[in-house]
Write a protein that binds this ligand. Sequence first.
Ligand code: ADP
Length: 319
Amino acid sequence: MQSSGKSSPRKEEKSSNIFSPQKNMKICSKGLSSFKMGRLLGKGGYAKCYEVIDLTTKKLYAIKIVNKSKLVEEESKRKLETEIKLHKYVSSSIEDSDDKVSNITKLYQYFEDAKNVYILLELCENLSLDMLVKRRIRLREVEVRCYLAQIINGLKQLKRLNVIHRDLKLGNLFLTNKMEVKIGDFGLAVQLKNPTAKRKSVCGTPNYIAPEVLDEERGHSFEVDIWACGVIIYTLLVGRPPFETRDLHETYKKIQRASYSFPKHVKISDNAKDLISKCLQIDPQKRIKLDKMISHSFFLEGFPELCPVTTLTIPPSIS
Ligand code: ADP
């Protein structure tokens, strides 16, 4: 996908499209008129997301709408282009694979009009784990095992494609109507040229950022997503992130020292604490590997394949 900055000015005059189609990516022949807009699902830094119904097939989707006024700078256009391209690549690669389950939100198509860029996504009707934990305050360990097993599967699917998500957090983990977990928002994701390559740009969401990302010199790789898993497990079980403070610099200092503690009023098993500490190792090389996570003793007590829909509001009867 080439940005308009790289295409000729004549081409730009003829079309309102800011992206030109890449070879392996069809632009949706449908426009917004093919869909009926439904409820607002949520707003992000760049986008608004609505539920839509395809008027022909009656299928439901989520549509992410980015107003072009937010894409004036070449840098933001380039970022959105990369996000769409990488997300589409990941989603089609998983579809073409033998994987029975995908734990990545599917990106179907994108299209544009004069005002907006539209990204058609798999609808995750039960919204994000962030909203779930806000509603429930904190989750039971059995639920965390169930969600984490699916997150690990999603990360394995990304790793096979040499992709690091780099913004794994509760707000980017979505739940379908069947309660499947889907990793979404590829705004900061990158594909490494090879599995040993490193990236240097500082990015991520403050509470979830890994120590090596804060130190640009060191470079970072797949292990940043494992660190984020540690933050996710802690946050789901405790109800707030481990390094949260009122001051960003203080949070970063705590991250660099991996300084966190467990509140006394919340009962957390030794197995859960051990897995969290293995994810939150300062040295990325000492961090637990993705393949080892699922055989950690935290998972020994078992868990359902999917959490029941009732757990969106009520804790499960088993812990
Ligand atoms: P931004 O890139 O601007 O941060 P997001 O990708 O986070 O935008 O999307 C904004 C909000 O839309 C999310 O916080 C979430 O509530 C909702 N959302 C995003 N994708 C989906 C989806 N596939 N299904 C349901 N809701 C979604």
